[in-house]
Design a protein around this ligand. Sequence first.
Ligand code: NOJ
Length: 567
Amino acid sequence: MTWWQRSVVYQIYPRSFLDSDGDGVGDLPGITSKLDYLHTLGVDVIWLCPVYPHGGVDGGYDITDYRNIAPEFGSLPDWKDLLAGLHARGMKLVMDLVVNHTSDQHPWFLEARRSTDNPYRDYYLWRPGEGGGPPSNWGSHFGGSAWQLDPATDEYYLHLFATEQPDLNWENPRVRREVYDLMTFWLDLGIDGFRMDTINMLSKVPGFPDTAPGADYAYPLAEEHFLNGPELLTYLREMRAEVLSKYDVMTVGETPGVSPDAAAVLTDPQTGPLNMIFQFDHMALDKDPASARPRWTTVPYSVPELKTVLGRWQTELHGRGWNSLYLSNHDVPRLVSRYGDDGASRVPSAKLLATLLFTLQGTPYVYQGDELGIPNAKFTSIDDYRDVDTLNLYREDVIEGGRDPAGVLEMIHNKGRDNARTPMPWTGGENAGFTTGTPWIPLNPTFRDINAETVLADPDSVYWYYRDLIRLRREHPSIVEGRYDDLRPEHPTLYAYLRTHAQEQLLVLLNFGGQALDLDGVLDIPANAALLLGNYAAPGEVPAGVLQPWEARVYVTRSAEEMGALD
Ligand code: NOJ
């Protein structure tokens, strides 16, 4: 096993972590001042969302300079201090690589749009219009057409995300060289890897063919024409040969719409260009697929389906590739609101979800604040939201479309990205201890009760349970290496699985939901099973044969010695 297979990653959204200079925006010195907080939690790797100079449209994912730090986050020396602080604690740093697109303010694009024969023109994807409209019916992820007419040359450019995020032309070898060089720049500064933004969108189907029209939106997402495109593997293999193979680093690709078989190719230990990928199957479980825009819908998820999806990834990648494990990030709602109960059972359900996250096979990713059990923010006014995707939805649906604002706000409460982007609540005091200025986005209204100070002072808190789970994961090789077997795939609320390894076997029991569950006739806990960790009972106790609402238990069912005796 490699270091990145044994690691736990903690994702930081820098804008919302901690502000050290009172401008209302989190920054690098703020992060550096909290390294002990992260070290105590026990995480090994920090993934930093983009901190580069940017166009201000998509939370840093619209980059204007790949080799620098945005002034609001600090400077390159501040970044070096952060890296040194991490390395001094034996921790590592992974940077976000955003190279499917740049900002429209990037010097390459400013040049490219000047004339059709500009040397940078072919860095991007330009086409003439068709019949007075865009070249094809492709929609952008953030609403509207994915093509934008640029008056200077009367041609359209492709942007799969915001209008201000033009897609790079990966067919151009000069673009690829630029990317390899900028990766080398950061690797030579000592970073430990990359999280690769929307990396399976690099290769588009030639000709940008139309996709089937959507139900009520003119511009559907043409995913079959840009996900896992014809040249993707060629590009990623070249990237590995040119850059990654020269360093001992970890890579994780963000890859919507990828099957376990495709993931096994991408992450094959010998030939795969990446170490692991973020798959999205479990992110779809609470969406209505029949809707024109599923990502804004919410339907109750079913626990058996969750087991099917996670189980498929566990068994199909085992021994063939490597899983990343995540239940939340900066693009999705808070996990306790989405999969748990953010009311009366907030704490036990946050702990249950953490138990799931840390006891499957793969590299777990903790999103900042989830270790405090923070729920969704649910602002009552659209004026409190900042996310381009959320504001576009509101504009299209309410301002232009005349839909009921209350219904649209409810969609935003459930699925909006700003749920995850409110400032980290460090204290229950002024501005939650996040800033001495005015925070760039309002605080989560729960901060007086749910903040790091309160949570750290409570030995039974979510934070300390995360720490215990991370330790447990380190001490039990069956979690990292073992086989996964679902014991009751059909059961409506019980998620029970084994993690089996040559020296030991773990049994994980998770009671999803607000009802107690009598295990009699459902599952026998072996008499020799010892409780290692639970969110109700303490290690060593013999808990009852009834699982409490949202109860989670991890047993070791055979000790190393007993396994030895069996041989
Ligand atoms: C995925 C990132 O996680 C998201 O925040 C961003 O908006 C898009 N990619 C575009 O870069």
